[in-house]
Design a binder for this molecule. Structure first.
Ligand SMILES: C[S@@+](CC[C@H](N)C(=O)[O-])C[C@H]1O[C@@H](n2cnc3c(N)ncnc32)[C@H](O)[C@@H]1O
Length: 224
C-alpha cells in the first residue's frame, strides 16, 4: 500500500528518481511488498533509518512492526555489528522476514518477537540505541511511553507515517480518519515531550525523528 502524497508529485518523483538502486535482495522485498500489498517502509524512509543507525553507531536496535523485514534488511546492512529486536503480531509475516534475514546472512543478529507490541514492549530490557515505531497508529503514544525508558540518553526514536498522506495537516472535508487523528495527537505529544528533541520530516509518509535528551529520575534509580 503506497502512502505518501506529502510533497507535490513532481518533487516526490524527483526524490524517488535520485535514490540509488537498491541491492538485489532489498529490491526483491520491495517488489514483493508492492505485489502483495504488504505495507513496507518507503525506500527514502528506510534509507534515513540506515543513515541514522550508522551515524549513532547503533549496537542495539528495536523495531515495532516488522512486516516482511524490509527495514530489518536496511538496518542490518548499515550497522553490521548491531543486534536488532523486531516485533510483529503476524506470524506469517515474521516467517517471511526471517527467511529474508537468513538469505541476507544477518539472521543471527535479528531477534523476531511475535506478539502484540504493547505486550512485548513491557517485557523487553534495554538499553537500545535506536527505536523505529511502525505498527498500529493509535498505539504510537503508548509504544513511545514503553520504549523511552529502554532507550539510552542520546538514542534516537524514529516514527513512520506521522503525516498520514497529508491528512494530519489538512483533514479532508468528509472527515478525518482515526489514524490521522491518532497521528496528530502523537505528533503533538512527541514534539513537546520533555525528554525528547524532535522534528518531523516530510519524507515518504512523514517521518518523525527524536533524540532522547535526558533520563527520568526513575530511570536513574530514584526517587532519591
Ligand atoms: C507498516 S508495517 C511495518 C513495516 C516495516 N517496519 C518495514 O520497514 O517494512 C506494520 C506492521 O505492524 C504489524 N502489526 C499490526 N498490529 C500490531 C501489533 N499490535 N503489534 C505488533 N505489530 C503489529 C503488522 O502486522 C504490520 O506487519
Amino acid at each position: 500500500v503506497k502512502r505518501g502524497g506529502i510533497l507535490r508529485p513532481g518533487q516526490e518523483e524527483y526524490l524517488d528518481g535520485v535514490l540509488p538502486p537498491r541491492d538485489a535482495l532489498i529490491a526483491e522485498v520491495e517488489q514483493r511488498g508492492l505485489r502483495e500489498e504488504v505495507p513496507i517502509s518507503d525506500p527514502a524512509t528506510a534509507s534515513l533509518l540506515a543513515i541514522l543507525v550508522r551515524a549513532c553507531g547503533a549496537r542495539r536496535i528495536l523495531e515495532v512492526g516488522t512486516a516482511i523485514g524490509y527495514g530489518v534488511l536496511w538496518m542490518a546492512k548499515a550497522a553490521p555489528e548491531a543486534h536488532i529486536t523486531t516485533i510483529d503480531v503476524d506470524p506469517g509475516r515474521i516467517a517471511v522476514a526471517r527467511a529474508y534475514a537468513e538469505r541476507a546472512g544477518v539472521s543471527e543478529r535479528v531477534e523476531f518477537v511475535e506478539g502484540p507490541a504493547l505486550e512485548v514492549l513491557g517485557r523487553l530490557s534495554g538499553p537500545f540505541d535506536l527505536a523505529y515505531i511502525d505498527a498500529v497508529k493509535a498505539e504510537y503514544r503508548r509504544y513511545l511511553d514503553l520504549l523511552l525508558p529502554l532507550l539510552r540518553v542520546g538514542g534516537l526514536v524514529v516514527a513512520d507515517n506521522v503525516l498520514w498522506s497529508g491528512e494530519v495537516a489538512e483533514p479532508p472535508e468528509e472527515g478525518e480518519s482515526a489514524e490521522s487523528r491518532a497521528m496528530g495527537t502523537f505528533n503533538a505529544y512527541l514534539m513537546m515531550h520533555p525528554q525528547l528533541q524532535s522534528v518531523i520530516l516530510p519524507l515518504g509518509d512523514g517521518v518523525a525523528v527524536a533524540a532522547k535528551t535526558r533520563p527520568l529520575r526513575i530511570e536513574m534509580g530514584g526517587p532519591f
